[in-house]
Write a protein of this length. Structure first.
Length: 318
């Protein structure tokens, strides 16, 4: 009986070794398979976006604040173009990202703000893009509010629709608060729905009610929050590589391709990030006016809004 014990121990060691080798082989296959899938999907995203033609954009961003070097402010513009050479911006946001804490703060600027546009007469803020592109929007916002802008991202309507359908192919859940159809290219019914890219864009653009542009900005912020929730669901992780590949063709930015992908993955990894939101102008800081050549505008108390912006961002503005 004593002679059998060493053999039993040897057999158990052999079984453990075979199981360990089997487990390691399976793990290796999973890792290799995941890498191959990611590469194929990333290339598929790049191929999908390859047909997109982009005009080069010259952009001179501000240097990082020496007192707040971890905070990057990114000017995000949604252009209302569908192929036209010149267009206006339907969406104007500033995304302030603290890379150390992963805090994200979003400031939405009303497009009808009556703004002093450098080199031009005062008119609506969204006209700055029509007159001088991304750089003039940046210069206008910086000169009005004293906030540094380090980078930009520009996306048009069709690109937004496509990217939403890539990253959330089953749609994005939104509570549509009323029936909507006027001037948005789709018909939406009141209730909770899963919206595809085109429908989600239509919802974000709707302004044919008494809330006007204020309602539109609130819906744009609601869409951003809903997109964040949908994108960070575990079921949608498989779409990240294709989404990252497509970004390079559908979103114009001064970030390099490598930086772009790195930021997408970084934000994806911090899926629990909370987004704080602010709309400019803030309450009780504006009035509606009419000017020849500009039409109906929102005339704001610049200093009051600058103060609110400074408190929201968390540092003094110049």
């Amino acid at each position: 009986m004593e002679d059998m014990h060493p053999k039993s121990r040897i057999e158990r060691k052999k079984r453990k070794f075979r199981f360990g080798r089997f487990f390691l082989s399976i793990l290796t296959l999973i890792i290799v398979g995941t890498l191959l899938y990611s590469i194929v999907q990333y290339k598929a995203g790049q191929k999908l976006a390859a047909s997109q033609s982009q005009n080069p954009i010259e952009f001179n961003g501000d240097s990082l604040d020496v007192k707040n070097p971890t905070i990057e402010n990114i000017l995000v513009l949604g252009s209302d173009t569908r192929g036209e050479e010149k267009s206006r911006t339907d969406t104007m946001m500033l995304v302030s990202w603290n890379k150390e804490t992963d805090e994200v703060k979003v400031i939405s600027f009303m497009r009808d703000i009556y703004a002093d546009i450098p080199g031009y007469k005062s008119t609506k803020l969204n006209t700055a893009y029509f007159l001088g592109g991304v750089q003039l929007v940046k210069d206008t916002v910086t000169s009005m509010f004293g906030i540094p802008i380090h980078h930009y991202a520009l996306i048009d309507f069709e690109s937004f629709e496509t990217l939403v359908d890539i990253v959330a192919p089953n749609g994005v859940e939104i509570e549509v608060e009323k029936d909507m159809s006027e001037k948005i290219g789709v018909t939406l019914k009141k209730g909770i729905h899963k919206l595809n890219g085109k429908e989600l864009l239509g919802y974000a653009r709707f302004r044919a009610d008494k809330e006007g542009d204020f309602g539109r900005v609130a819906r744009q912020q609601k869409v951003m929050e809903a997109l964040k929730e949908e994108v960070f669901k575990p079921v949608n992780v498989v779409h990240y590589p294709k989404f990252a590949g497509a970004l390079q063709g559908y979103v114009q930015t001064d970030y390099s391709n490598a930086e772009e992908v790195k930021r997408v993955l970084s934000l994806a990894a911090s899926g629990g990030v909370e987004i704080e939101k602010l709309t400019i102008p803030v309450e009780h800081s504006y009035q509606f006016s009419t000017y020849e050549g500009a039409g109906s505008v929102i005339e704001i108390d610049v200093e009051q809004n600058k103060k609110a912006l400074s408190e929201f961002i968390g540092y003094s503005l110049r």
